[in-house]
Design a protein around this ligand. Structure first.
Ligand SMILES: *Cc1c(COP(=O)(O)O)cnc(C)c1O
Length: 375
């Protein structure tokens, strides 16, 4: 059994994907081919955002957003403690100080209450300027943007949506990657919409920021590549990756997103009485980057993981360590807040295999094994 079956997906999409890759090889426009622009238009349309700018990966997407918003030295950037390292790494890389915020116990997303406390604390200490929130759509469910945005407004903060795991999610009719002043995503192969290598994108309705990010991603170009008006980076999406994504986006919107939701619902129905299943807020729609359950304690979680492994079922722990406890941040003068929920989640969480091509038989095997271990 695969944790996320990319081989099966390729089997299904092989004729179109092979043809799309061959077309790029024949045209030999490996960088900035027409497929890139085609994809950007399709992604902008899908998310309902004015500008989509692709780039080399989801980490660079966050960097481009921070650069466009001019965030750096002396600034505080509020980041959930329970997320992938890149969410906070990029702010630190730009010279800002990440301030870690605790998450909600049920959705695992940034806690608005904890955010407000952290913002107040930074203000009281007076050493850093509170500038932006990096809200993460963890495991596919959008963060609580209604409340986060109202706090942002009150304290004059910008909102960056880290939608690396959130592409395809929704709140009501509004799509993920449209909730930030600038939003970002990743096309890392295992993300909800993945390519065949690294890839990413930024989204914004703001013309000025869009123009800046278009420039920054190609060495701060002006009129052309050899006219350089800013210090930028080299972060383009390869044409081959764009060609693959054009095919995959079709499958994603036609049936994959629905299929993965169907499979997630099936897990929830079968498991809700024996274990803590993921909680999706009313009116929210998840793209199910992960299906993560909560066990009673670390001992039970670790025991279950070993048991499932012995039964040929792969699982993952996202995340084993709060970001605030990463060695890389040890020397940083971060503002300390209470991060008790994250601490607890790291001990009790376990992600089960889930993807749009998972069969009912495969799911039954996972469900039966869980029942055997826990009941
Ligand atoms: C994967 C991920 C990223 C980084 O994306 P890459 O394409 O791997 O650089 C950033 N934030 C979150 C929450 C992620 O899950």
């Amino acid at each position: 059994m695969e944790f996320r079956d990319l081989k099966k997906q390729y089997e299904v999409l092989q004729p179109q994907i092979d043809a799309a890759i061959q077309q790029v090889c024949r045209s030999a426009h490996f960088i900035s081919g027409v497929q890139v622009e085609e994809l950007e238009h399709a992604l902008a349309e899908y998310t309902g955002v004015k500008h989509c700018i692709t780039c080399a990966n989801g980490t660079d997407a966050l960097t481009l957003a921070l650069m466009a918003l001019n965030i750096g030295r002396g600034d505080a950037v509020f980041v959930p403690d329970f997320t992938f390292f890149a969410s906070g790494e990029t702010a630190a890389y730009e010279g800002a100080v990440p301030v870690f915020v605790d998450v909600e116990e049920d959705t695992f997303n940034m806690s608005p209450d904890s955010l407000e406390k952290a913002v107040r604390k930074v203000r009281e200490e007076g050493k850093l300027v509170p500038r932006a929130i990096v809200a993460v759509d963890l495991f596919g469910q959008p963060a609580d943007y209604l409340r986060l945005r109202s706090i942002a407004k009150e304290y004059g903060l910008l909102v960056i949506e880290d939608g690396a795991q959130g592409f395809g999610g929704r709140i009501g009719a509004k799509s993920a990657c449209s909730f930030g002043d600038i939003s970002t995503t990743s096309f890392f192969p295992a993300k909800p919409l993945g390519c065949y290598g690294d890839g990413g994108a930024v989204f914004t309705d703001n013309d000025e920021w869009a123009e800046l990010m278009r420039s920054y991603r190609i060495h701060g170009k002006g009129q052309n590549k050899y006219d350089n008006v800013y210090i930028g980076i080299n972060s383009r999406l390869d044409t081959i990756q764009a060609a693959v994504l054009n095919v995959k986006l079709e499958a994603f919107r036609k049936y994959e997103l629905e299929a993965v939701n169907h499979a997630a619902e099936r897990y929830t129905k079968e498991l809700k009485d024996i274990v803590r299943v993921p909680y999706i807020k009313d009116g929210y729609y998840s793209s199910w980057a992960q299906y993560s359950i909560l066990l009673k304690n670390e001992k039970e979680r670790n025991g279950l993981q070993i048991y499932l492994k012995e039964n040929g079922i792969p699982t993952m722990i996202y995340y084993p360590k709060p970001m605030s406890r990463q060695t890389a941040f040890e020397g940083m003068d971060c503002v300390k807040t209470e991060l008790l929920v994250t601490e607890e989640l790291c001990k009790r969480i376990l992600a089960l295999p889930l993807h749009p091509y998972m069969t009912a038989q495969e799911q039954d095997k996972v469900i039966d094994s869980l029942k055997r271990f826990l009941m």
